[in-house]
Design a binder for this molecule. Structure first.
Ligand code: BG6
Length: 589
């Protein structure tokens, strides 16, 4: 996904300001990183593979700089492919977040014009495009604007000129400008990365670009070049403190914040829930949509809407919704849970159905996101920043919210809030139970060394075991496979044999008996079963007792699975908060 950052200001050393920004953007990608600063009319670049580190001596002091954290899309993880990329004459350097979908065609046209390439990236194509435009354009800003119009796909770029001007353009991947306390100017992929230093923010829309020259800010349309009025918003994250506290990892801290985020969901006003419930009840069709963990949350929301709201809600996965683009339109409701509010696959669908005047509801954790701006019903998780790339508290927040929306549709919002209140208390007690934690940790140290793990679930627990699978894969890189219990005998039972480990999450609900039947079947083939349930069963080889929270039982069941995934990652000594190859926010398709 990549993170881009820029700083111009007299108050701070640009190297330190950009470095701090990159460290707060690392969740967006951490294959490699780079910083470029201007000093005495020339640009210096320092870029490396690996996590953002920094040796101050390699760059001169400066008050203007840009930076980038990379999650490789085009080209291997190498120093050469890291951003920023220099122009041939080193008159500017550029960093990029996105995918230039027409890069091959542009590259061959540039090569025909004699341009040479030193990297494997699509980003360098943008650099050479600007160079070619510079032959005729009066200003760098104009060359950037015209070049940006040639790009296909969702892209955002930031350019540092040796004059000290910073230019940035957005189409798809997020871009915000922050006004600092002492006339400093920040540019970044998210508010969070510059939050401690800015008092107000300007969120650029797709098709907008900004030029910062001598602290003067010009916002303009990429299509026309015409100036656009700048509208600033208060920075809501200014006082947010980011710290692991007494925890070894952000992931564990965030799992322990589950009771807090559930209580945040309850705090939202009844009126806001009832307004969405009314929109859902009068809708022609209701869809939920998300990607990754938020995709599992979207599916759980749709389940609750069907079960409690009696709404024929359909869950969509962001990247697999193309055939719905022609089906969703005015009169339909689309509900999007999203931590970042910037996931490209989901945004692409939202932007399209928004144009068709469908009703959009979003549940987002990052203020100022594009999904919130596209929504008719704007809900914020207010869960505090989730730093670990693996989503835990936000998933709990999303499915608790989905449950409450469904209860509001059922006309039982107050009951739903009472049930969530009880859930928060039970979750708090469970997390405070050292014996329970020790038991989970014991199972984790055993399961971590398995090559394959299987998870079985059904009904309200189907998406829970799917998310449990995602957590185990993300944290331990063990191959985990979530199997709908009803599907077992149709294919997956061939995998069951002595030595195979199966994890199941069961609730005291109408499908409990059929899940236990499936467990009997896997035991009969020699597999061993680790059961998470309110009470044990003769076919559980290992049993983890959890309280029976009735309608919210599935929400509670994800907690032991998250803890299991966490302790497995710890057992394997993995980088728990930054697992290999993934990123927290996927703002490219
Ligand atoms: C993935 C993250 O990259 O993107 C998941 O690892 C997340 O945790 C998914 O659920 C969607 O991101 P978002 O910001 O829309 O929740």
């Amino acid at each position: 996904m990549c993170g881009i950052f820029g700083y111009a200001g007299a108050a701070r050393d640009a190297r330190e300001a950009v470095l701090e920004g990159l460290q707060r953007l690392e969740y967006r990608g951490y294959d490699s990183w780079g910083i470029a600063v201007v000093s005495n009319g020339s640009i210096s670049v320092d870029k490396h593979i690996g996590l953002v580190g920094y040796d101050a001596g390699s760059l001169p002091r400066s008050h203007i700089g840009i930076g980038h954290t990379r999650w490789a899309t085009h080209g291997k993880v190498t120093d050469v492919n890291a951003h920023p990329h220099y122009s041939s004459d080193r008159s500017f350097a550029l960093a990029h977040n996105g995918i230039v979908e027409n890069a091959p065609a542009l590259k061959s046209s540039l090569q025909k014009d004699g341009f040479k390439f030193i990297s494997e990236t699509d980003t360098e194509v943008i650099v050479r495009l600007i160079e070619r435009r510079m032959r005729k354009a009066k200003t760098l800003s104009e060359a950037v604007r015209l070049s940006f119009k040639d790009l296909e796909g969702r892209n955002t770029i930031i350019v540092l000129a040796k004059s000290g001007e910073i230019i940035a353009a957005r189409n798809g991947s997020p871009l915000v400008l922050g006004l600092g306390t002492s006339s400093e100017i920040y540019l970044s992929s998210d508010v969070f990365s510059c939050a401690p230093h800015v008092k107000s923010i300007l969120v650029l829309d797709n098709g907008e670009m900004v030029a910062v020259r001598e602290r003067a800010i010009t916002l303009s349309s990429i299509a026309t070049g015409k100036k656009i009025k700048q509208v600033y918003e208060k920075n809501l994250l200014k006082d947010v403190v980011v710290s692991k506290g007494a925890y070894d990892h952000y992931m564990l801290k965030e799992i322990y914040e589950a009771p807090f985020v559930i209580r945040q969901v309850i705090k939202e006003s009844d009126a806001t829930y009832l307004a969405l419930a009314r929109a859902i009840k009068r809708a022609r069709r209701v869809y939920t949509i998300g990607s990754g963990t938020a995709g599992a949350a979207a599916a759980q929301m749709a389940f609750y809407l069907r079960l409690y709201g009696h709404i024929d809600a359909k869950e969509l996965i962001g990247a697999e919704a193309f055939e719905y683009k022609s089906l969703i339109s005015k009169g339909d409701v689309l509900i999007a849970p999203s931590q970042s509010g910037e996931t490209a696959d989901v945004l692409e669908v939202l932007e399209l159905v928004h144009a068709r005047r469908a009703t959009i509801a979003s549940f987002v954790n990052m203020p100022g996101s594009m999904m919130t701006r596209l929504s008719d019903h704007k809900f914020m998780a207010n869960a505090g920043p989730e730093i670990c790339v693996m989503s835990t508290k936000i998933f709990v927040s999303q499915i608790a919210w989905g449950y409450l929306v469904a209860k509001a549709v059922e006309g039982k919002l107050a009951e739903g809030k009472r049930n969530l209140k009880k859930l928060a208390t039970e979750t708090e007690k469970l997390l405070a139970d050292d014996k329970f934690i020790a038991k989970v940790r014991g199972h984790a140290s055993r399961l971590a060394h398995k090559e394959h793990l299987y998870l079985l679930g059904k009904g309200q627990n189907l998406q829970i075991i799917r998310e449990g699978m995602v957590k185990i894969i993300e944290g331990s890189y063990v191959h985990a496979h979530a199997i709908p219990a009803g599907d077992l005998k149709h294919y997956a039972i061939t995998l069951m044999a002595p030595g195979v480990s199966v994890i199941t999450a069961v609730s005291n609900d109408e499908v409990r008996a059929s899940v236990l039947n499936a467990i009997h079947e896997v035991r009969a083939r020699g597999a061993s079963v680790f059961g998470i349930a309110p009470q044990t069963d003769e076919n559980f080889d290992e049993f983890l007792a959890v309280p029976d929270t009735k309608e919210t039982s599935a929400i509670l069941n994800i907690i032991p699975l998250q803890l299991l995934a966490y302790y497995m990652a710890v057992e394997l000594d993995h980088n728990v908060d930054k697992p290999r190859n993934i990123a927290k926010s996927v703002t490219v398709k």
